[in-house]
Design a protein around this ligand. Structure first.
Ligand SMILES: CC(=O)NC[C@@H]1CCN(c2c(Cl)cnc3[nH]c(-c4cn(C)nc4C)nc23)C1
Length: 285
């Protein structure tokens, strides 16, 4: 006899909707809670009409299939999705400590310990993406959220693709993070994320991205000539780490398995077991 497994499909009435958390690119995000389990989520609403107009339906489908499949502690989970007549709803993991971008703007720049601790988690997330043949392509502080313990969560897979690929959609937002091969519209692979890791590390330590300038053309030129300099407060180890990522030829960039063993990470990044060890020692935990 066939046992009917009743998998209850979640729908809007299963949630209490709370305050707006902010706007993603194509809709608003609300804090929400499941009525039954009182489980907090971030409910991202996207308007079908808007998606159709901006020809972004295929991009959303890719975001859903990628984020639904990639389950890692440093990648914001997509738990579920459903739709009604006018809207599509993504049930995302709620990151209680908000956007990393806000933290960076508030303090200006991070010291080696803070920056290396975040970059070590970013390396873990990117390694996992690349092992699953996914390139994120849009690594920047705006797309990073912070979990309950301040752990890093990359979100917004709207631009991620299966490697290797050729970008089709026009870019929106900043070009500061674009690697030369995308600026020059060449074929590219997972090494685009390695370049972005370099740009992200620089921005964590300096409070601004390395190629930033007043106008786009100058930024383009700085990127394609890898033209940037370090403020004098950047440590030698950090400079060595960044300069092995911001390399023009993708195949010459340091790979993630080398990056996680680099002295800058080894010396400055705090790992979970460091935290547990310290807590167990201070007698509080
Ligand atoms: C990185 C990103 O995707 N930002 C766009 C959306 C805005 C809120 N989104 C959240 C998403 Cl998708 C998930 N969790 C979040 N937590 C917060 C948040 C928490 N605090 C205290 N403040 C905020 C803000 N926001 C979210 C994502």
């Amino acid at each position: 006899n066939n046992v009917e497994v009743e998998v209850e499909d979640k729908k809007l009435e299963d949630y209490d909707i709370g305050k707006p958390l902010g706007r993603g690119k194509f809709g608003r995000v609300y804090l929400a809670r499941t009525k039954k389990e009182h489980f907090f989520v971030a409910l991202k609403t996207l308007f079908k009409e808007q998606l159709r107009k901006d020809n972004m339906a295929h991009q959303l489908r890719r975001e859903i299939e990628i984020q639904f499949r990639l389950q890692h502690k440093n990648i914001l989970r997509l738990y579920d999705y459903f739709d009604d007549e006018h809207r599509i709803f993504l049930v995302l993991e709620y990151a209680p400590r908000g956007e990393l971008y806000e933290k960076l703007k508030k303090v200006g720049r991070f010291d080696d310990m803070k920056a290396a601790t975040y970059i070590r988690q970013m390396i873990a997330a990117l390694k996992f993406c690349h092992e699953n043949n996914v390139i994120h392509r849009d690594i920047k502080p705006e797309n990073i959220l912070l979990g309950y313990h301040g752990e890093l969560k990359i979100s917004d897979f709207g631009w991620s693709v299966h490697a290797p690929s050729q970008r089709r959609n026009t870019m929106c937002g900043t070009i500061d993070y674009l690697p030369p091969e995308i600026v020059l519209r060449q074929r590219y692979d997972h090494n685009v994320d390695i370049w972005c890791l370099g740009v992200l590390t620089y921005e964590f330590l300096c409070g601004r991205p390395p190629f930033e300038s007043a106008d786009m053309q100058t930024t383009y030129d700085h990127i394609t000539h890898v033209k940037f300099s370090y403020p004098n407060y950047v440590s030698d180890l950090a400079k060595d780490f960044i300069s092995k990522l911001l390399i023009f030829k993708p195949e010459n960039r340091m790979q993630l398995i080398e990056a996680e063993k680099h002295d800058w990470i080894k010396q400055f990044a705090i790992t979970e077991d460091d935290v547990n060890y310290r807590c167990s020692n201070c007698g509080v935990a």
